[in-house]
Write a protein that binds this ligand. Structure first.
Ligand code: FEO
Length: 391
């Protein structure tokens, strides 16, 4: 097993999860990695661990570098089990190690593992000298859980931010200049949209707290390590944290007998005629976590469902529940649907949009059974009108 040295004396000792496709409901087409880092100084430090079933890979990587019993400190930046899952086993290998975590981290780790480990609770801003280097711990609550913390090493200009700046990519490559930027940017956007989006305010605060630091490498706990595109990814994070979007439209729908789909396509035609780039996604064949990748950049969101049993299709109900939890802000919304009788779905979608605080400039469209040519012409005009409003 090759040693992977990311800076002199600092090693990537993570695990590659090639096969995972469902990360608590998020479709991870490219798999992922769980990144752990080993720092060799006067003291030996392991920062984070890996998901429990990749413990053997992490341990083998550590053993290539040092006897694991020599680990003095294990830093747990985040309690979630994809990073803490190997703590029980590695702390058996290194029984004298001190486990450093945040205030909420200690509480969370005790609840998860029921162990009386040798905890040291790090306050935000606390520094620990490990020899030539210093570890600085900064709390970043809600990026991604209340316990989340980052570790910064000023002598190395190295930030270990755990989930922040991560992406779900399994690959042989470890660095951002070894992988195509478009792939990396999209994977980072998908990750942000599905994991971090609800916490834009906290991300903004974290970016402020980290803003004064000299950083030439960002080594997150998932995916690729940033060293060549740090300004690019920071700029994206600032945009996403502020819910900044582009003048693009996203149409998301499901359909029973094709009527709602016809409305979706008529809207797309009108938007295109107004020179608005539009993306069309059917929930029949697009996973909801992939829809979020389109949604993160789109200002105008059009959502449609037929009515079934006095409500919307269950696929749409599931999507809206997911969307509500991720809390995208500052959007323009438009609802549409079709029905045979009853006809509640389109109105329910519009109400959902208003409850989300989105602006709804044009009232929903709801067409009985199968839309005719005239109705589709009117829908197309609404698409054009929405395009003009979007500017
Ligand atoms: Fe990658 Fe919030 O855990």
């Amino acid at each position: 097993m090759n040693k992977i040295e990311i800076k002199p004396g600092i090693y990537w000792v993570g695990g590659i999860d090639w096969h995972i496709q469902d990360f608590h409901g998020y479709k991870t087409h490219r798999g992922t990695t769980y990144n752990a880092y080993l720092i060799i100084d006067e003291k030996v430090v392991l920062v984070d661990t890996v998901k429990h079933y990749l413990y053997g890979e992490m341990l083998a990587r550590i053993k290539e570098i040092i006897d694991p019993s020599k680990i003095d400190y294990v830093v747990s930046n985040h309690v979630e089990m994809d990073h803490s899952g190997s703590l029980p086993k590695i702390l058996e290998e290194a029984p004298n190690a001190t486990l450093i975590t945040s205030v909420q981290g200690e509480k969370g780790l005790r609840r998860h593992y029921k162990r009386d480990w040798n905890f040291h609770v790090a306050q935000s801003g606390e520094e620990l000298s490990i020899g030539k280097r210093t570890l600085v711990f900064v709390h970043v609550p809600m990026v991604h859980w209340p316990d989340s913390m980052v570790t910064y090493i000023p002598e190395e200009n190295l930030l270990l931010p755990n989930d922040a700046f991560g992406q779900h990519i399994a690959s042989a490559e470890r660095f951002d200049d070894e992988i195509e930027w478009g792939v990396l940017k999209e994977a980072t956007a998908t990750y942000y949209a599905n994991i971090v989006m609800p916490y834009g305010t906290q991300v903004g605060k974290a970016l402020e707290a980290l803003g004064g630091l000299d950083i030439d490498m960002i080594a997150p706990s998932h995916g690729i390590i940033w060293r060549s595109r740090i300004p690019d990814i920071l700029a994206e994070y600032v945009k996403w944290a502020n819910h900044e979007t582009e003048a693009r439209a996203l149409i998301v729908y499901d359909t029973m007998w094709g009527s709602t789909e016809r409305i979706a396509y008529a809207l797309a035609e009108g938007l295109s005629e107004a020179d608005v780039p539009v993306t069309v996604r059917s929930l029949k064949n697009t996973h909801i976590s992939d829809v979020m990748t389109d949604l993160i950049t789109s200002k105008l969101i059009l959502i449609g469902s037929p009515t079934i049993n006095n409500g919307m299709l269950p696929s749409m109900g599931g999507f809206l529940t997911y969307l509500k939890g991720l809390r995208p802000k500052d959007r323009l919304g438009f609802a549409f649907g079709s029905f045979g009788w009853g006809g509640q779905a389109a109105g329910e979608i519009e109400k959902f949009m208003k409850d989300m605080g989105w602006e709804v400039p044009i009232e929903y469209v709801n067409l009985k059974f199968v839309p005719d040519t005239e109705e589709l012409g009117n829908v197309k005009s609404i698409g054009k009108e929405l395009g003009k409003i979007l500017g």
